[in-house]
Design a protein around this ligand. Structure first.
Ligand SMILES: Nc1ncnc2c1ncn2[C@@H]1O[C@H](COP(=O)(O)OP(=O)(O)OP(=O)(O)O)[C@@H](O)[C@H]1O
Length: 250
């Protein structure tokens, strides 16, 4: 479980996060949603340690991550898998080398063990046999799947995903959402996903927090979101006439 307590983040004069507290449970898809510039990515980066919060604390399974120094964080980081917006693959490396990269950094596995692990992860994301391809030879959806394979190579306890569906068509987005959902349940990972995608919200949103004006404005599940009376959340989720009409039928 990940717990955040009273997180503030300020850039110069710009107070982006104003006291956010939440709990993110294992085996659940925890979604962070909100308008553009509401601080979703900033919050994710504060949780994972890419930004230091101006105030407040982050706990990984009860351990105070914020107060740890670089060395103390290393064992926690080993349990973190990340999938960032553009998949962040190394263009000069093959698919296999990309997946093995964290294993080289964090483990003393033998070459054949690493290869076995890469093959297992590739199979898991339905990219068996694509080992020797380079990122430039892959579609956007395939790149995401390689990103997921790399993220799970270390068998993470915590999985952080920023905009998994950006640049993908609706069908491929569903495939990626399903994959993240399956992995979250199979490995009981505490998964935190930043998303704009309302299909993801309705499809896999076990636990959703909605950011507005730097605060946690609403929290609940995808079932609850359909019936919320929260005006700002309604304006955000059901912005179009089409989604408003769909809501009537929920
Ligand atoms: N490194 C930084 N330095 C200064 N300001 C930053 C930095 N990172 C983010 N910000 C500011 O923080 C605010 C929130 O940005 P953030 O990227 O977290 O929003 P977001 O909700 O993820 O937006 P989007 O949905 O458009 O990706 C913005 O005003 C942005 O300019």
């Amino acid at each position: 479980m990940i717990e955040i307590k009273d997180i503030y983040k300020t850039f110069g004069e710009n107070e982006v996060l104003k006291g956010i507290s939440a709990e993110f449970k294992p085996g659940k898809n925890n979604l962070i949603i909100g308008g553009s510039g509401s601080g979703k990515t900033t919050l994710l980066k504060c949780i994972v340690g890419l930004h230091e919060p101006t105030k407040g604390q982050v706990f990984f399974d009860g351990e105070n991550f914020t107060d740890m120094n670089f060395e103390q964080r290393v064992p926690v980081r080993k349990h973190i898998g990340m999938l960032f917006q553009n998949s962040a693959l190394f263009d000069s490396m093959t698919v296999e080398q990309n997946i093995i990269f964290p294993l080289n950094l964090f483990t003393d596995m033998s070459k054949s063990e690493k290869l076995d692990r890469a093959n297992f992860c590739l199979k898991r994301v339905n990219l068996e046999g694509k080992n020797k391809l380079f990122p430039a030879e892959l579609s956007g959806g395939m790149k995401k799947r390689v990103g997921i394979a790399r993220a799970i190579s270390m068998e993470p306890k915590y999985l952080f995903v920023d905009e998994p569906n950006s640049g993908l068509d609706p069908q491929t987005s569903l495939v990626i959402d399903d994959l993240i959902n399956e992995i979250t349940q199979e490995y009981n990972t505490t998964t935190i996903i930043v998303t704009h995608d309302m299909n993801s919200v309705m499809g896999i949103g076990d636990h959703i927090i909605f950011l507005y004006q730097g605060k946690k404005w609403w929290e609940g599940s995808n079932k609850e979101i359909a019936h919320t009376e929260n005006k700002e959340l309604n304006d955000f989720v059901f912005a179009s006439k089409f989604t408003q009409a769909a809501r009537e039928k929920l």
